[in-house]
Design a protein around this ligand. Structure first.
Ligand code: CAA
Length: 257
């Protein structure tokens, strides 16, 4: 299968499976990734998603350059839009998405990692937006998300120069949350995801919605949204259960309502 989906209780592990091309995304892989993310997004049994790449060398080495070389303008527009749809789903679905970056995350690979809520990396991971070397610019959200995740100056430096950075520099810039030894990365990502699946799904969805507004749109609107979502949670069973469990000194059993 172009994309493997492994269900591990409430966590879904999504693996781009094209190691012979460093998991570069051609049409079959990009379309299958779209469908995989779309189906997991609306599956209530899935409460967290981990995205990674097959093999030990690459997360995703970008969009497939051999496919893109002969694209015309309209086809390139559709190709960009398909990548954007995947990024937007990862960014907005009401459950946490985690990128386990196990090697090269270049071009579209870096962009899809940036669309995830949290990025964990192996010590051998490499990040970059080398599109300028191909005579193009990032097309799956990198110009916006790299700047919002790190800083405008750092994003411009990477996008203008095509420079590739290692995991330590990526961590120092806020591009990744934590760095692990290669053999430990996937377990760390799954452990983080499993921990998140034990929280109230409704509180998680609202936490993601409100936090995602921090760097988008209007400051006042963000605060108003937070206030609205915060108060709405007091209509949920999970709020009652979470607070009761604290008072009764036991683990909460959340139902997502
Ligand atoms: N597209 C197509 N094939 C790719 C690829 C890509 N993005 N990245 C790697 N591959 C293929 C190589 O062509 C090679 O295949 P063959 O054996 O058939 O020649 C195979 O994967 C292994 O790659 P290398 O031999 O190049 O491996 P390496 O270890 O010497 O180098 C690398 C690794 C530095 C990542 C190098 O492969 C590379 O520079 N890849 C391209 C990275 C890139 O430019 N990505 C951005 C693409 S543009 C984009 O993503 C646009 C967007 O915003 C949507």
């Amino acid at each position: 299968m172009p994309i493997d989906i492994e269900r591990r209780e409430a966590t879904a592990l999504v693996t781009v499976n094209r190691p012979e091309a460093l998991n570069a995304l051609d049409v079959a892989h990009l379309e299958d990734l779209h469908d995989a993310v779309d189906s997991l997004r609306s599956d209530d049994a899935v409460r967290a998603i981990v995205l990674t790449g097959a093999g030990e060398k690459a997360f995703i080495a970008g969009a497939d350059i051999k496919y893109m070389r002969d694209l015309e303008v309209l086809a390139a527009r559709e190709w960009g839009a398909l990548g954007h749809r995947i990024g937007t789903m990862l960014e907005t679905m009401p459950k946490p998405t985690i990128a386990a970056v196990n090697g090269f995350a270049l071009g579209g690979g870096c962009e899809l990692a940036l669309a995830c809520d949290i990025r964990l990396a192996s010590a051998n991971a490499k990040f970059g937006q080398p599109e300028v070397n191909l005579g193009i610019i990032p097309g799956w959200g990198g110009t916006v998300r790299l700047a919002r995740t790190t800083s405008l100056g750092f994003a411009k430096e990477l996008i203008f120069s095509g420079r590739i950075v290692g995991a330590a520099e990526a961590e120092s810039r806020g591009l990744v949350n934590h760095v692990y030894e290669p053999g430990e990365l996937l377990n760390a990502a799954l452990e983080l995801a499993d921990g998140l699946t034990a929280k109230s799904p409704i509180a998680m969805a609202y936490a993601k919605e409100a936090t995602s507004l921090a760097l988008q749109g209007d400051h006042k609107e963000g605060l108003e949204t937070e206030a609205r979502l915060f108060s709405m949670l007091f209509a949920s069973k999970d709020q009652r259960e979470g607070m009761t469990a604290f008072i009764e000194k036991r683990d909460a059993d959340f139902v997502g309502r």
